[in-house]
Design a binder for this molecule. Structure first.
Ligand SMILES: CC[C@H](O)CC(=O)C(=O)O
Ligand SMILES: [Mn+2]
Length: 338
């Protein structure tokens, strides 16, 4: 019997992990993973291109398999878990959202840069009209002070979001900064507060626990750390830690441990780790999804990925400006030849 859940986890490997595998998910991988996560009683499983619905493109990376096929496959094996989709207004459209809802997606997570919540209004309202649970996802939360973040979260609440997430896209936040942000949202909003971390500074678990301490009840994790950069808070580890703390997630610990080992690890191109480049993401405050783009640009222009990432951090380049990664690499290469 499943215990009463206190923290509801969204498993993001089938979306955030798409960045780490260059958007090469197959129907077989998604079906096997979603089926097992459903059996382990994971409440929400997010499935989409890494950059959300409509993300498959030269700019963001072409998907091997159309994400609608992946969503359909996940829905077909999930009679417990709800399938969630990510949507970044400007990349994904209302039509993409409708198609996902038609296929059986039950949760829409509408993501904007931390200062641009106003662009989520139409998408959050449409998701509600479609009968979906709605999440406002404030990305790159380290780039705004707490009062700005709160103002933006209030906008999402006013549009009808059921939950607002503090999203540490770069894995750059420190535990005290997470606490301050979650506390402010918890005090001022009447909806669920969530936290999505990245492990670039090895703080995803610490930050997640800090968020929970301040009242966050919706938490993202990626199994085997399969997310952008060094990955997210590792789901199976989080389930174990919360269980030891007496906090219920409703997820079967041994089943999720086995999925990580037997299903997900075999299709990882390489183990997820904090290496020089992923550490630089957190240190310089750069979008985790920029990692492989920077690696490719570094190779093409014979420059160091770290130098590209540090420069992107200085210029405060954000999601949607992926073309700047190549520009920066070219500039660094030119400067080195002078
Ligand atoms: C590019 C979208 C991004 O991967 C969303 C997300 O998970 C984050 O900002 O951390
Ligand atoms: Mn992420």
């Amino acid at each position: 019997m499943t215990n009463q859940s206190e923290i509801k986890i969204t498993e993001v490997a089938l979306r955030d992990g798409s960045h780490a595998i260059s958007h090469q998910y197959t129907v077989d991988q998604v079906t096997a993973t979603a089926k097992a996560l459903n059996e382990a009683h994971v409440p929400y499983i997010e499935v989409s291109h890494g950059d959300g619905l409509g993300g498959s493109s030269l700019q963001y990376g072409l998907s091997k398999t159309n994400e609608l096929e992946l969503i359909e496959a996940a829905v077909s094996v999930a009679d417990f878990s709800k399938i969630a989709v990510l949507l970044l207004p400007g990349i994904g459209t209302i039509e993409d959202l409708k198609e996902a809802a038609n296929l059986g997606a039950k949760m829409a997570r509408v993501a904007t840069h931390v200062t641009e919540a106003d662009v989520s209004k139409q998408h959050i309202q449409t998701a509600r009209d479609l009968g979906m649970e709605t999440v406002g996802f404030l990305m790159m939360s380290h780039m705004a002070p707490t009062d700005k973040l709160l103002e933006q979260a209030k906008l999402m609440e006013s549009y009808g979001a059921d939950t607002v997430y503090v999203v540490d896209s770069a894995g750059a936040l420190l535990p005290n900064q997470v606490k301050e942000r979650i506390k402010a949202l918890k005090q001022a909003l009447n909806i669920n507060i969530g936290f999505h971390g990245h492990n670039n500074l090895s703080l995803a678990m610490g930050n997640t626990l800090a968020a929970i301490e301040e009242g966050a009840t919706r938490i993202d994790g990626s199994i085997r750390c399969l997310g952008a950069g060094a990955g997210n808070t590792q789901t199976e580890v989080l389930v174990a830690v919360l269980e030891k703390m007496g906090i219920q997630t409703g997820i079967d610990l041994y089943k999720i441990m086995d999925i990580a080992e037997d299903i997900v690890a075999p299709y990882l191109p390489k183990p997820q780790e904090i290496n020089r480049d992923s550490l630089t993401l957190g240190y310089a405050g750069v979008y985790s999804s920029f990692l492989l783009h920077a690696n490719r640009a570094a190779e093409k222009f014979s420059v160091e990925s770290r130098d590209i990432l540090v420069e992107l951090g200085k210029r405060e380049i954000v999601g949607g400006q992926e073309d700047m990664i190549v520009d920066v690499a070219a500039e660094l290469s030119k400067a080195a030849r002078k």
